[in-house]
Design a protein around this ligand. Structure first.
Ligand code: SF4
Length: 180
C-alpha cells in the first residue's frame, strides 16, 4: 500500500516499484492539504495520474482541515512530524486491516521533506502494526518525475500543503526565519 500525497509525486515512485516487480495500491489520505480548492485540485491531479498509469487508488475524500489543526495547534513549529505521523499511521492501519503486508509513501520522493524523519516514523509504525515499511530514496528521481508531470500537463502544486506552508511559500521573511 502506497500512501500517495499527490499526482506529481506518485509518478516516479510508481515507476520504480513497478520496475522492481511490485504493483502498489495507492492510498490518498492527506488532511494536511488546504484550502479546500487546493485539496480538490490535488485529488484531481492524482485521479488523472491514476487513470493514465492504471493505478488503483483508495480515496479518503474528506477534507481534514479541522482535525489537522486540532493536532498541530500549539506545536506549529513541529507540525511536519505530526503530519507525517498522521498520514502514515492511517496508511499502516488500513494496510493492516486490508491485509497488505507492506506499506510506503510518496513523501520519500520530495527533497523538501524531512526524509530521515519519514523513514523513522514509517519503520516505527511498521513494528507497531506488524508490517514492513518499504524504504527507498525516491529523491534521486525528483527531476525525472517533475519532468514527466510537466509533460503530462498535470497540476503541480506551489507549496507543501498546509495553510502554514502556504504562508511560508509567499512570505519570504517567514521562510527565512523557519529555515534558520
Ligand atoms: S509543511 Fe507540509 S509536511 Fe509540514 S505540516 Fe505542512 S503539509 Fe505537512
Amino acid at each position: 500500500m502506497l500512501h500517495t500525497c499527490c499526482g506529481p509525486c506518485t509518478l516516479y515512485p510508481l515507476r520504480v516499484l513497478r520496475e522492481e516487480g511490485l504493483e502498489p495500491v495507492g492510498f490518498f489520505f492527506n488532511p494536511n492539504i488546504h484550502p479546500y480548492r487546493e485539496f480538490r485540485k490535488r485529488m484531481g491531479a492524482l485521479r488523472e495520474v491514476a487513470e493514465r498509469r492504471h493505478l488503483e487508488v483508495i480515496w479518503h475524500r474528506d477534507y481534514g482541515l479541522r482535525n489537522f489543526l486540532r493536532e498541530v495547534v500549539f506545536r506549529e513549529e513541529d507540525r511536519c512530524e505530526v503530519c507525517y505521523y498522521l498520514r502514515l499511521r492511517e496508511t499502516a492501519a488500513l494496510a493492516r486491516k486490508e491485509g497488505y503486508p507492506v506499506f510506503s509513501t510518496t513523501l520519500l520522493y520530495s527533497p523538501f521533506q524531512q526524509h530521515e524523519l519519514i523513514r523513522d516514523i514509517g519503520e516505527t509504525l511498521a513494528r507497531r502494526f506488524g508490517l514492513s515499511f518499504l524504504y527507498r530514496d525516491f529523491r534521486e528521481g525528483y527531476g525525472e518525475g517533475q519532468r514527466e508531470a510537466r509533460e503530462m500537463g498535470i497540476y503541480r502544486q506551489p507549496y507543501c500543503g498546509c495553510i502554514f506552508s502556504e504562508e511560508e511559500r509567499y512570505d519570504k521573511k517567514l521562510r527565512r526565519r523557519r529555515r534558520a
